[in-house]
Ligand binder design. Structure first.
Ligand code: PLP
Length: 379
């Protein structure tokens, strides 16, 4: 029996009538034992697939050793994760939170304190979370309307237009907040040179460049960060970092991070031992199984396959963050639902884009199967 959200849950989701009970690699199983090919991975969360043995072992071992102490004390996994991220990226100091929105809240507070400036320039169509500040940062007026008044320090510019961005950034601007690829906004990669233009505008105005890599980071786009070339001052990570457990990370350069002192920011649960052990396992598996290369390779295979399967539609993406934009008369939900009926899990992004974000462990055979199911659904 499929359990559909009933009266005990708030109606914040339009859920599909499927209850998943188990996962293994790129496969999910529902409560009737039916197998599904998972090209959603949560929403780009199950970075190394479901129930990876090394992840299960790391989480179980840490749960049996120490699940929680206050951030008033150090724990080995949290320090190890911060050091690991610093070594991988070559520059970062970390604050760990519990979600993408919280990581962005930390970034906005840090940028405010480091610069003393209030204005933040972000992109129309960008997505940064659901808290009041991150909702205000999100470039979607429809989502703002029911919750007004929101913090009013955000200016939105068209995504991808370097000149418009440079014009909006001025001496009051503390931060420019951008995604390297619009993840929720229809899977729109930044045009070449755009993030570098943002860097230059920030340098000219004395503002900080904050990249929201909540969806694009941790190998999703075939590199640890999708926007490293723009030399951001602050980067946020979340979704894929702990492979399914709740985590957020606000990473900053030493210079910027120094603005936060004791009491400036805090969280009860953030950076707990179990999630940090999980994240370390995710990073280990990505390295040991060469998953950055696999993300690039399978991403190219997926994009190529989709272009061939649906030549009339625009397929685009970077690594394993891929979208197919449908024609306006076909709602993405209809395609997502038809794919689900055929045993393929995908998600919607933006108004009418189908988004594909399989685990970075995905195989060529699984990519081909996904493409053949979507060819049927779109054909
Ligand atoms: C999902 C997402 C967020 C919000 O993350 P939550 O964990 O849902 O708060 C923020 N920014 C981007 C780019 C995202 O994709």
């Amino acid at each position: 029996m499929t359990v559909v959200a009933g009266d005990a849950l708030m109606g914040t989701y339009r859920r599909f009538p499927v209850t998943f009970v188990r996962g293994e690699g790129t496969t999910l199983f529902d409560d009737a034992g039916r197998a599904y090919l998972d090209f959603a991975a949560g929403i780009a969360v199950a970075q190394i697939g479901h129930a990876h043995p090394r992840w299960v072992e790391a989480v179980s071992a840490q749960a049996g050793r120490l699940a929680h102490v206050s951030n008033l004390f150090s724990t080995e996994p949290q320090v190890a994760l911060a050091e690991r991220l610093r070594a991988l990226l070559g520059w970062s100091r970390a604050f760990f939170a519990n979600s993408g929105a919280e990581a962005n809240e930390a970034a906005l507070k840090l940028a405010r304190k480091a610069t003393g400036r209030t204005k933040v320039v972000a992109a129309a169509g960008g997505f940064h979370g659901r808290t009041f500040a991150t909702l205000a940062a999100t470039g979607n007026p429809e989502k703002h309307a029911p919750f007004a008044p929101l913090p009013d320090w955000f200016t939105h510019v068209p995504y991808g237009d370097g000149a418009a961005l440079a014009e909006a950034v001025d001496g009051d601007t503390g931060a420019v907040l951008l995604e390297p690829v619009l993840g929720e906004g229809g899977v729109v990669p930044a045009p070449p040179g755009y993030l570098e233009a943002a860097r230059e505008a920030c340098d000219d105005a004395g503002a900080l460049l904050v990249l929201d890599e909540v969806q694009t980071g941790v190998g999703r786009c075939g590199a640890w960060l999708a926007g490293a070339a723009a030399r951001p001052d602050i980067v946020t990570l979340a979704k894929g970092l702990a492979g399914g457990l709740p985590i957020g990370a606000c990473l900053a350069t030493d210079e910027v991070a120094a603005a936060f002192g004791p009491g400036d920011h805090a969280t009860t649960f953030g950076g707990g031992p179990i999630v940090c052990a999980a994240a370390l396992a995710v990073l280990d598996v990505i390295e040991d199984e060469d998953l950055l290369a696999n993300a690039r390779e399978q991403g190219a295979r997926l994009l190529g396959g989709l272009k061939k399967a649906a030549p009339a539609l625009e397929a685009r993406g970077v690594g394993l963050l891929v979208g197919v934009e449908l024609t306006p008369e076909v709602p993405a939900r209809q395609v997502v639902s038809a794919a689900l009926d055929r045993g393929l899990v995908v998600t919607e992004s933006g108004r009418n884009t189908v988004r594909l974000t399989p685990p970075l462990t995905v195989s060529a055979a699984e990519v081909d199967e996904c493409v053949s199911i979507l060819a049927e659904v779109l054909g």
